[in-house]
Design a protein around this ligand. Structure first.
Ligand code: 7TS
Length: 404
């Protein structure tokens, strides 16, 4: 049975005060908090077996290597990848996307087309624009509607023999929309285009199955799913990862080096130059264990309940407008108070101990679509409660009185 009070005890930070008030942490889409189990994994690594991996004959190095590779296997199992070497450790989603975008430089030619969506985070827009500049490929955009849903009939029209790549996020960070990625992947494959799904916002809420999705690349950051910052993953189908050239050169990614010619290591090491974030990788594995112990079905069900409750309560506030009203949403609510700048509301909420994010959320095209400078975004995790939502609603009412 899911008991939120028991879960909250795993997160030491949730007992602290901010500005003299109990912390209400509603900035989970930016980064989640970390349970003791993950903090312990980090402390254990540095206290007991800190060592560089893959190269030492000594016991500590072997122990660290085994734990790091075990974490890779945990991630493989979690995402249901066919092989562990299809999981590349990166520093996060942004790094993973840039790795793939860089690799495609040599595979695209002038006039090829790349499709992204109107709902993307900047990190799933800018690397593709840079790729277009390098190759002469053309960027096309799947439009969205007022609810924040992508318009699939327009996507169908964009696909053609010229389409080589499609990049869409699984869940929008600014609006919470869950995109129909299976449809997007299947349609892209009909024209032989490869698909990358940005799962940064999906992985905290659900468990993607990369084989069932038949996706070519899937990327995520550990820090949004109870893990540490500075580590993430790239899943790529073996055939694609073998086709892409290495992203960075250096130690660990080579088979043999001479001044005449260097040959590259096998997967996954071909993409993992230099000393990696060893502790981060191991703690990422601990985070995945932690979330699976609770269970993603339980998490999704609980968070959906929080979303419905918060949506209902926020609607009671006059002049409050919610952006992102898709039927398929996760626990992210973006909103504004009529005539009041989001930043001012965020500042007052902070004084009351409530952490929300304000601004464009690195998704300026979405803000442009709604003709607003930004929103206030409250994003909930499985350790949040309805009573915290009540605190948010009361604080917004106060902020509204103070600012209008
Ligand atoms: N893609 C999406 C959909 C995201 O939400 C984010 C981060 C990224 C990519 C980049 O991830 P990173 O770990 O490499 O930085 N989103 C947010 C956010 O919504 N607020 O702060 C970071």
């Amino acid at each position: 049975m899911f008991n939120v009070e028991t879960i909250r005890k795993d997160f030491p930070i949730l007992t602290r005060k901010v500005n003299g008030k109990p912390l209400v942490y509603f900035d989970n889409a930016a980064t989640s908090q970390k349970p003791q189990q993950v903090i312990d994994a980090i402390v254990d690594y540095y206290s007991n077996y800190n060592s560089n991996i893959h190269r030492g004959v000594h016991s500590l190095s072997q122990e660290a290597t085994d734990k790091y590779e075990l974490a890779r296997h945990k991630i493989q199992k979690h995402f249901n990848a066919q092989f562990a070497h299809e999981i590349i450790f990166t520093s996060g989603t942004t790094h993973s996307i840039n790795l793939v975008a860089s690799g495609f430089s040599s595979l695209l030619k002038k006039g090829d087309e790349i499709i992204v969506s109107a709902l993307e985070h900047h990190s799933n827009i800018v690397p593709w624009q840079m790729l277009c500049e390098r190759t002469g490929a053309i960027l096309k955009v799947i439009p969205m509607n007022q609810d924040g849903d992508l318009i699939m009939s327009e996507y169908d029209k964009l696909l053609s023999k010229q389409t080589k790549l499609v990049f869409v996020n699984h869940i929008s960070n600014a609006l919470g929309t869950i995109n129909p990625i299976k449809y997007i992947i299947d349609k892209a494959h009909q024209v032989d285009a490869a698909v990358l799904i940005d799962g940064a916002q999906a992985c905290p809420h659900l468990k993607p199955d990369v084989q069932a999705l038949d996706v070519d690349f899937y990327v995520a950051s550990a820090h949004k799913m109870c893990g540490p910052t500075g580590v993430g993953m790239l899943y790529g189908k073996e055939a694609w990862l073998n086709k892409l050239p290495p992203y960075q050169g250096g130690g660990e990614m080579i088979a043999e080096v001479t001044f005449q010619k260097t040959t590259y290591a096998e997967l996954p090491h071909k993409f993992e130059a230099g000393t990696p974030n060893i502790c981060g990788g191991i703690a990422f594995g601990a985070a995945i264990d932690y979330m699976n112990t609770i269970g993603f079905d339980v998490i999704a069900h609980y968070e959906q309940d929080l979303l419905e409750y918060a949506t209902l309560k926020l609607h009671e506030i006059e002049g409050l407008k919610i952006y992102g009203t898709s039927k398929n949403k996760t626990s992210v609510i973006s909103f504004n108070l009529e005539g009041i700048h989001p930043y001012d509301v965020g500042t007052i909420l902070d004084k009351m101990g409530i952490a929300v994010r304000t601004g464009h959320h690195c998704a300026q095209p979405i803000m442009d679509y709604f003709k607003i400078p930004g929103t206030i975004r409250a994003s909930f995790a499985f350790y949040n409660t309805k009573s915290e939502i009540d605190s948010l609603v009361n604080a917004i009412k106060k902020a509204k009185m103070m600012l209008s």
